[in-house]
Design a protein around this ligand. Structure first.
Ligand SMILES: C[S@@+](CC[C@H](N)C(=O)[O-])C[C@H]1O[C@@H](n2cnc3c(N)ncnc32)[C@H](O)[C@@H]1O
Length: 421
């Protein structure tokens, strides 16, 4: 549309103004010019969310720009001098830290992706700036904790609404996953990080998964959308988890999620006195029976979802020396319910429990954020957790025919949880 008085293309002029504003903000961020950023963030009328503008070519946000400016010179990298040994680089890093702090206070999104599929934290890690990386991780933890709390309140108010509906005789059916937050996914104001995932697989709801057709072989279990439910490469993790949880014969163990039976076989090798297994998928149940699990001595199979089975076990006063949790298509909220509501009634006072720690494992920063989130929630629920790092072998060939590589990070962090003293 043209300006009626001058005949100029009005819309284009506005677009150019916005473009210039974006470039000005990104430039100020890359120059670590906080006074200018403050002015642009707080007074810029054409850009209401100045801390989250994006460069159309690179996809950089102001956080990306501020961090990228801290990348050491190529010459210095080639000479082997790093940022902490060069005074100019140190200054640059310090002003970068201040700028990143300022942008986060202004509401900058911690996990926005650039066109290189990197979050600001990924960029900080790649250029070797741990100070900046930690700032972003902490921002991620704060955001995720807040989102999880908001989801709790939303779930609570939905429950109240449902109760009211029921009282009025018109119960509204909620889809199974209505209250499930997606893990390491940003808030409604924040664009979600592309592929980050829940503890197991957030793209499928538990209900959908449990009624889907599985393909089960000796190497993997896939659901009907080719999502990897369980894969043989996880065997070493299962072995180390089983040994850490069940160090000697004669103990009582509960495993939730049988899958390929890998961890259950390692539990059997430890000759437990009692071995309870909860499994909800009919095909997995059929497969485990065909392999004779229902006639192994000391083994009790509970058919159904842990959500339905555990309250009855707690009611009967059954307790275990060790508990392991590895399900599929459940949200972080499910997992938190599990340890804060159920483990407390099922674990012996000196018992140990663990879980498959795959939260956010498709991106290092998500993995680091969710380790801290889980640690804080575990602490709140009364558990101490120790982490053991286990290197994961290269998995390049593993993902053929699998919808999504759900494991990318180099080291698995094996959790071992106990009641706090
Ligand atoms: C990742 S596999 C477990 C792999 C197992 N740790 C192993 O070593 O082979 C997850 C299992 O949890 C089961 N599952 C998913 N949701 C469940 C629920 N709510 N209750 C019980 N089992 C569930 C799935 O059917 C699947 O067999």
């Amino acid at each position: 549309m043209n300006d009626p008085t001058t005949g100029d293309p009005q819309v284009h002029l506005t677009e150019i103004d916005v473009d210039l504003d974006i470039q000005e903000i990104l430039l100020a961020a890359s120059q670590h010019d906080i006074p200018k950023l403050r002015r642009l963030c707080r007074t810029q009328s054409s850009l209401p969310d100045a801390a989250n503008v994006k460069d159309p070519e690179t996809g950089y946000s102001p956080l990306h720009a501020a961090i990228a400016a801290c990348e050491p010179d190529e010459d210095e990298q080639a000479n082997g001098t790093n940022s902490s040994s060069a005074p100019g680089e140190n200054e640059q890093l310090n002003s970068g830290v201040e700028t990143v702090r300022f942008l986060l206070q202004e509401g900058a999104i911690w996990n926005d992706l650039d066109n290189n599929n990197e979050t600001p934290g990924c960029l900080a890690r790649r250029i070797g700036a741990p100070e900046l990386y930690e700032l972003i991780v902490d921002a991620g933890v704060r955001a995720e904790m807040l989102l999880n709390r908001l989801d709790e309140y939303q779930a609570l108010s939905e429950d109240e609404d449902e109760d009211e509906d029921e009282e009025e005789g018109g119960a509204g059916e909620q889809p199974d996953d209505a209250t499930a937050p997606e893990l390491v996914q940003a808030s409604t104001e924040q664009p979600a990080e592309s592929e980050s995932t829940g503890p197991t697989n957030p793209e499928v709801s538990n209900q959908t998964y449990l009624s889907s057709t599985l393909s089960i072989n000796n190497n993997r279990i896939l659901d009907s959308d080719q999502n990897g439910v369980m894969m043989r490469w996880e065997s070493d993790i299962m072995l180390k988890s089983a040994k850490a949880l069940l160090p000697r014969p004669g103990l009582k163990v509960l495993n939730i999620g049988h899958g390929m039976g890998i961890v259950d076989s390692f539990f059997q090798d430890q000759s437990p006195a009692e071995h309870h297994i909860i499994e909800a998928h009919p095909s997995v149940l059929a497969d485990m029976k065909s392999k004779g699990w229902d006639s192994k001595s000391g083994v009790t199979i509970h058919e159904g979802r842990w959500q339905d089975i555990l309250p009855a076990l707690v009611g009967e006063g059954v307790t275990f020396d060790a508990i392991y949790y590895d399900t599929f298509a459940e949200s972080y909220a499910d997992f938190r319910d599990f340890f804060s509501e159920q483990v407390i009634g099922l674990l012996e006072q000196d018992g140990k429990w663990g879980f498959f720690n795959g939260m956010g494992a498709d991106r290092q920063i998500s993995y680091d954020v969710y380790q801290k989130v889980a640690e804080m929630d575990l602490f709140e629920a009364g558990f101490d957790v120790e982490w053991e790092e286990i290197p994961v072998p290269k998995l390049e060939g593993e993902w053929e025919g699998v919808r999504r590589a759900y494991w990318v990070v180099e080291n698995y962090r094996l959790p071992l949880c106990r009641f706090m003293d």
